[in-house]
Design a protein around this ligand. Structure first.
Ligand SMILES: [Zn+2]
Ligand SMILES: [Zn+2]
Ligand SMILES: [Zn+2]
Length: 260
């Protein structure tokens, strides 16, 4: 049995979300996450221990084991987490189109984006502005995910918009670590190299190496190549692992022929 203990340092608290993950024997990933609302209460909200196992049988064995530890069982309930909705990015929307306009326009021309009671099965979340047009990130109901990807595009007014999968791996611009954004960086006060995220001034930065892969190698002996920048989405194994985790925690709807 492995326990993770996270110590919280410092007193200037805003709501903070911590994520930590480790891989134990047998390829089981343990992800610990919790949110601190304030120093006064130090209440854990949405607190939990997410345990992922390679097979359903492994998961049941773990569940049984947790159930056998009275101390744990008194304080925690074991439940299956609700998986997140898949996200897509809708590309090349005219800059003058706002969120409501986009949603209404999509619902008018793509009837499968609403259920029989006319409730939208798509939720427009946020824009990513590009120079000439805007890309919009949306979440979709798992039940229509595959249907959407059978379409050549999404019709909007007199155009057909292209779209793709969107994997929102959170990465902090300040410390370059994954799992949080700059706003909630737990190491806001610390200075990092703006180029690689390591603990040295940027003018002494020589070889670009990835802070996340370096730390992963130190902690988990993962043997990742470190000769890339921390924002490299192609060569960074740490990023790819984050992305894989996100995909595993996403509900892409029932696959053809499966009963779930
Ligand atoms: Zn950070
Ligand atoms: Zn550097
Ligand atoms: Zn890396």
């Amino acid at each position: 049995m492995i326990f993770c203990l996270l110590t919280i340092l410092g007193t200037s608290f805003r709501p903070l979300t911590f994520t930590s993950s480790c891989v134990i024997d047998g390829g089981i990933t343990i992800v610990v996450f919790f949110t601190i609302l304030s120093t006064q209460t130090l209440r854990f909200s949405q607190g939990g221990l997410i345990i992922e196992a390679p097979t359903e049988a492994d998961l049941q064995a773990l569940e049984a084991e947790i159930g056998c530890l009275p101390k744990l069982e008194e304080r925690f309930t074991v439940s299956r987490p609700k998986r997140r909705r898949p996200q897509i990015i809708i590309l090349g929307v005219d800059n003058s189109v706002d969120k409501d306009h986009l949603l209404k326009g999509l619902l008018a021309k793509n009837h499968f984006l609403a259920d029989s009671k006319n409730h939208a099965l798509i939720d427009i979340i946020f824009p990513i502005k590009a120079r000439r047009s805007t890309n919009w990130v949306a979440s979709v109901d798992p039940g229509i995910y595959k249907l959407i990807f059978d379409q050549p595009g999404l019709y909007f007014e007199f155009s057909r918009l292209r779209f793709d999968n969107f994997f929102g791996v959170k990465q902090c611009h300040h410390c370059k670590r994954f799992g949080h954004t700059t706003k909630w960086c737990p190491r806001k006060e610390d200075t990092f190299c703006t180029r690689c995220g390591m603990d040295h001034p940027v003018d002494t930065c020589k070889d670009i190496i990835c802070v996340n892969c370096t730390e992963s190698n130190q902690r988990f002996k993962s043997g990742f190549n470190v000769n890339h920048g921390p924002k490299d989405k192609v060569n960074c194994n740490s990023f790819l692992r984050q992305k894989d985790n996100l995909i595993r925690l996403t509900d892409y709807g029932p696959s053809p022929g499966s009963s779930d």
